[in-house]
Design a protein around this ligand. Sequence first.
Ligand code: HEM
Length: 160
Amino acid sequence: MESIDFFTLARALHVVRVVLWIGGVAFVTTILIPALKTKIKADQRLDLFELLEGRFAFQAKVVTVITGATGFYMLYVLDGWERYLQPQFWWIHLMTAVWLIFTIVLFILEPLFLHNWFHNQATKDSKNAFVWLHRMHKILLSLSLLTVFAAVAGSHGFSF
Ligand code: HEM
């Protein structure tokens, strides 16, 4: 009997996590925040956002850990650490950078100060705070989608 191909399983799990994670970011960016900005009164907006985004943030934390674990596991199996020193593996750098940004935001900045800072801004000037929030989400979503594109193209042999 052939041995189980853990690398392929890790890759499949990695992609499922990425779909769940970036899909959530896409929902928040293209549906939730625009609806809050236009359809919900300023005095209810923050409560609703904190309720919904709070639940998503927990899911995002779990997914971020599994995406990182499966990603580093694949690099370990490939013995591919030196890829970080090779410019043709720019898509590995991009994946790791996006993962790092989300990890820092979710595990460090959010609990330390971002949550309270946004709460205060939105209490003072809801319209402005949500415009800023939307902009940040658009940047993160664009970077994430670019990364998925680059990871699939790069790992299937595309190079400049
Ligand atoms: C610590 C962070 C990460 C590491 C170390 C990592 C590492 C890897 C590795 C080693 C592969 C397989 C490459 C190969 O077969 O040569 C892979 C595949 C992939 N990664 Fe990541 N990754 C990370 C984060 C991410 C993130 C944040 C995204 C998306 C935003 C992502 C999207 C993908 C996709 C879509 C594939 C599959 C490509 C395919 O098989 O078609 N990864 N990753």
